[in-house]
Ligand binder design. Structure first.
Ligand code: BTN
Length: 252
């Protein structure tokens, strides 16, 4: 794979392909430090041997069946305090793409898992490099289960598992890059309210009572939305509280 015929201005125009690597995010984080690496550069592999996920978890994907790649962007217009807005834009791009390609109930599970019919089909790992009060560069790592047939976790799925047919990885990637660029440009032009609104409208479990574990033990509350820093807002009997990713674990 050397060139992707995506109809984009900059997303995916510069492509770094490696048949195998530990993690495209790790490789992209190194490239990101070089000012010569252009915005929109994609680092893509057929096989990751040490794919990384959220909360220090590993990301497992069958070689050559899925999309595992990282995009390098330079959102210098975003303050570090607003970095969750990049998570919103990337999650929405995946939601838009999957809505375009697949019939199903497509939701974003906070912060950025993409579910179809309650099965996780895509995970996103964003890693930012800060320089003072600026985001110097960001690596948006995307693991999209495309043609995988079997999964370690019962809660996982793929585009093929849902539709029953195979997809061409290059075609899907070209399309996905267009959706990613569209949402990134929306973010760059400051349309934060629209982005937040779209995100909330797709938020999995919004308005529902859920059981979870926090620093007080097992408890329950209704998912209300997110606060201005992207923390999850939950209404409980004692009042509302916001949570960071490491502060909450859903059960059941
Ligand atoms: C999650 O835990 O849901 C996030 C998973 C992110 C996986 C992708 S695959 C491409 C990129 N490289 C990595 O090592 N991780 C991300």
């Amino acid at each position: 794979m050397y060139k992707i015929p995506a109809n984009t201005l900059f997303m995916g125009k510069n492509l770094v392909y490696v048949p195998e690597c530990h993690s495209t995010n790790t490789l992209a984080s190194e490239l990101c430090q070089l000012t010569s690496t252009s915005e929109g550069t994609i680092v893509i592999t057929d096989s990751q041997t040490k794919g990384r996920g959220q909360r220090g978890n590993s990301w497992l994907a069958d070689p050559q069946k899925n999309l595992t790649f990282s995009l390098i962007v330079r959102p210098t217009f975003l303050r570090p305090i607003d970095q969750f807005n990049l998570t919103i834009a990337a999650s929405l791009a995946l939601r838009d793409f999957l809505t375009h390609r697949i019939h199903g109930d497509i939701k974003i599970k906070w912060p950025n898992d993409i579910l179809i019919n309650s099965k996780k089909v895509c995970g996103i790992l964003i890693e930012n490099s800060l320089a003072g009060d600026m985001i110097q560069c960001s690596v948006i790592g995307i693991g999209l289960n495309v043609n995988q047939d079997s999964f370690f976790m019962e809660s996982a799925g793929s585009m093929k598992a849902i539709t029953g047919h195979d997809f061409n990885l290059y075609d899907e990637l070209s399309m996905l890059l267009e959706f990613l660029e569209r949402r990134y440009l929306q973010l760059r032009s400051g349309k934060i309210l629209e982005l937040k609104n779209d995100y909330l409208n797709s938020l999995y479990g919004k308005g529902e009572l859920r059981k979870f574990i926090d620093d007080t033990g097992e408890t329950q509350g209704v998912i209300e939305g997110i606060d201005q820093h992207g923390k999850l807002l939950i209404k409980m009997q004692a009042g509302a509280r916001s949570y960071d990713l490491k502060e909450i674990r859903f059960i059941g």
